[in-house]
Design a protein around this ligand. Structure first.
Ligand SMILES: *[C@@H]1O[C@H](CO)[C@@H](O)[C@H](O)[C@H]1NC(C)=O
Ligand SMILES: *[C@@H]1O[C@H](CO)[C@@H](O)[C@H](O)[C@H]1NC(C)=O
Length: 339
């Protein structure tokens, strides 16, 4: 009895400690939805909270839904706390991303967080991707599972994009960094982008390569967005290309912000996350890219965990309890290389 009470207290303590650390992650100001975003599609499927600071996007058999930033940004830090739909979500895709595809259809840039639903009892997977100057034939996907259940509570997902580097964050942990290099050339995103959030039916590919489709009897699927952050140099959509001096101050401020600086501690946290949770990396997919992409940093200890298909050889580690100590079976859909 005493021991179990002690354990409960300990779990509670860690829970509080984690929550506190998360709350003070970044020095940013959050916006109400209408201060930075507008409704993009899905009539009736975007629902604002009474205070306007939380937005729900619904997917049902008639439509998904999405919103878009009212401005374009030339570099920036874009962030939202997102709570994903729970239960059976195979085929559901939730995305939080930046793009300029509607303005530059042939030479578009894009930075993605995509959340891929799953069958009941299996984990959501997240995918990051980077496109530059229309290189849609050159996807730069990475996939991960998450160290928490993203349907239980909201977690913060952030994209930093500066003139020199890109960082994807999950809460305060950087999970991917792309450093601009001459070799990358135009494949580094370099034109103003809008910020989007969407929910849609990705039945053809999202779960085990399309093996598990959406089941609309579980609809509506609801993704909740809050703690909205849009920071960067705002650009007039009409003018499109900013004059460089217009963004100099905003760029300098962005580069100096806490979330733009990779400390050794953050780098170590990133390495740990990737060792534990990355399940696919384009950098190790030598079948697809026999010549490694220029922005890839090959980490030998990391590489030996991956097949030449880019998928991890070892099943991702799970939270172990005494009862659930077994390894996942090979038929586990989370282990399929479903790119
Ligand atoms: C937070 O950011 C603002 C600028 O957005 C800056 O003026 C302020 O000093 C920062 N605070 C801390 C504690 O870094
Ligand atoms: C982007 O692509 C276009 C067309 O393919 C090309 O003309 C241009 O030079 C590229 N821009 C950069 C910065 O590489």
């Amino acid at each position: 009895m005493a021991i179990s009470r002690f354990l409960t207290a300990l779990v509670f303590f860690f829970h509080v400690a984690t929550a506190t650390a998360t709350a003070s992650v970044f020095n940013v100001t959050t916006l109400a939805f209408d201060e930075g975003y507008s409704h993009l599609f899905g009539e009736g499927n975007l629902v604002r909270s009474p205070d306007g600071r939380t937005v729900r996007l619904l997917l049902n058999r008639y439509s998904g839904a999405g919103f878009i930033s009212s401005d374009l940004y030339n570099h920036g830090f874009f962030s939202a706390s997102i709570k994903l739909p729970s239960d059976y979500t195979a085929g559901v895709v939730v995305a939080f991303y930046t793009s300029n595809g509607d303005i530059f259809p042939k030479t578009h840039d894009e930075l993605d967080f995509e959340f891929l639903g799953n069958i009941r009892g299996e984990k959501w997977r997240i995918q990051t991707n980077v496109y530059g100057n229309g290189s849609i034939g050159r996807g730069r996907e990475e996939r991960y599972i998450l160290p928490f259940d993203p349907t239980k509570e909201a977690h913060r997902y952030s994209i930093l994009w500066t003139a020199t580097h890109i960082i994807f964050y999950v809460d305060h942990t950087p999970i991917r960094e792309v450093v601009r290099s001459d070799a990358m050339g135009g494949e580094y995103p370099s034109k103003p982008m809008s910020v989007y959030a969407t929910i849609w039916d990705g039945s053809t590919w999202a779960t085990a390569g399309g093996a598990y489709k959406i089941k609309y009897k579980y609809a509506p699927f609801v993704a909740e967005f809050s703690d909205l952050v849009l920071r960067g140099c705002r650009v007039d959509p009409i003018q499109q290309r900013p004059s460089t001096d217009h963004c100099t101050d905003a760029d300098a401020e962005l580069m100096a912000a806490d979330f733009a600086i990779m400390t050794p501690r953050k780098r170590a946290a990133m390495r740990r996350f990737r060792e534990r949770y990355m399940i696919y990396s384009v950098c190790y997919d030598t079948l697809r890219y026999p010549n490694t992409l220029p922005d890839c940093t090959i980490v030998p200890s990391e590489q030996e965990r991956f097949w030449e298909s880019g998928s991890t050889k070892f099943p991702p580690r799970r939270r172990r309890s005494r009862r659930q100590g077994r390894l996942p079976s090979a038929s586990d859909p989370t282990n399929q290389p479903d790119v």
